[in-house]
Unconditional design. Structure first.
Length: 319
């Protein structure tokens, strides 16, 4: 009889816990779920938005900017069929291009949904032809714009568990431990001349994805027949999509700087462009430029930043 009563109490306890976890999950959330927001600002977003305007906007097209890794999410227990990298990298690249210089740097033409665009223009022409005015004359649709530069590339690498580790301690049944893991995602972006088919510039950017977990617990006998066990933990994972977005935004920023360096385009204000380029070269650790003779001996070197600041106005015209 006593065992039956204990089993009844245990059943009531587990049913109460189940109802609390399922029916009142919104009440016991450790972190509140925020409302939807417009946009997401990465660490590079403000830097990309703050770029001064160019001499004239650069017209570009983007057909596909795909996930080229072919990797799936890793799991130690079950087989995952979800990809490790977002499949919407094309949209992220277009968004970054539109944000560059607060929308003043690039004129992006629609090419990912080109078939839908052509079908819609075909519907417009047929409708105008069928329901035209009395004379049957309506102005034709303006031609589609074409771009001199095509941007191509994709997410070329996703390495997981490049660095992992942790530490913990336990004393008389009480303690905790922490674990961390670091992944990286690599983005390749290249600019292609549509007229000649040559690659004008290509570059790669990498972004670290960091994950951490913290757990603690207590495991102790409160008396010879009763055991107390308490566990708690929390984990924080950086979203891979946000990491891909930040890597793409950095690739767009670097493409602007590299194109300025190779005289593909220029800032409207040469002095501001000169300062931004010098800062970019400093971040790339390209401050030292060396010259060598025919035998490979160092003959002269200088800092790019000093060299740029000493240019006169005539030398800055091409920026």
């Amino acid at each position: 009889m006593r065992r039956l009563i204990d089993n009844s109490y245990a059943l009531i306890f587990f049913m109460s816990v189940y109802m609390l976890l399922t029916g009142c999950s919104s009440f016991i959330q450790p972190v509140s779920s925020g409302k939807a927001i417009v946009g997401y600002e990465s660490h590079v977003f403000q830097q990309l938005m703050a770029l001064p305007p160019p001499t004239e906007p650069v017209v570009v097209v983007v057909y596909k900017f795909r996930d080229q890794t072919g990797q799936y999410k890793t799991s130690d227990t079950v087989l995952q069929y979800s990809t490790a990298v977002t499949q919407g990298a094309t949209s992220l690249l277009i968004k970054a291009l539109m944000d560059a210089g607060n929308g003043r740097w690039f004129t992006v033409l629609e090419r990912e949904g080109l078939s839908n665009l052509l079908n819609e223009r075909k519907i417009i022409r047929q409708t105008r032809k069928q329901y035209g005015n009395a004379n049957g004359q309506l102005p034709p649709l303006p031609p589609l714009l074409y771009a001199p530069i095509m941007l191509d590339g994709g997410v070329v690498a996703y390495e997981s568990n490049l660095l992992s580790g942790g530490m913990g301690a336990r004393y008389f049944g009480a303690g905790g431990f922490t674990e961390f893991r670091r992944d990286t995602v690599t983005v390749d972006l290249r600019a292609v001349s549509v007229k000649r088919g040559t690659i004008l510039k290509t570059l790669q950017t990498r972004k670290t994805i960091f994950s951490a977990k913290l757990e603690g617990g207590l495991f102790r006998f409160v008396d010879p027949l009763r055991l107390l066990e308490i566990e708690a933990g929390i984990s924080s994972n950086e979203a891979p999509q946000m990491a891909v977005r930040e890597a793409i935004e950095m690739a767009v920023y670097a493409m602007i700087m590299e194109g300025m360096k190779d005289r593909l385009w220029s800032f409207d204000d040469p002095k501001i462009g000169n300062a931004i380029l010098a800062s970019y070269l400093d971040e790339k650790d390209e401050k030292l430029t060396a010259n060598f003779d025919a035998e490979g001996r160092l003959v002269h070197n200088w800092e790019d930043e000093t060299h740029l600041t000493e240019m006169d106005e005539d030398d800055l015209e091409w920026w």
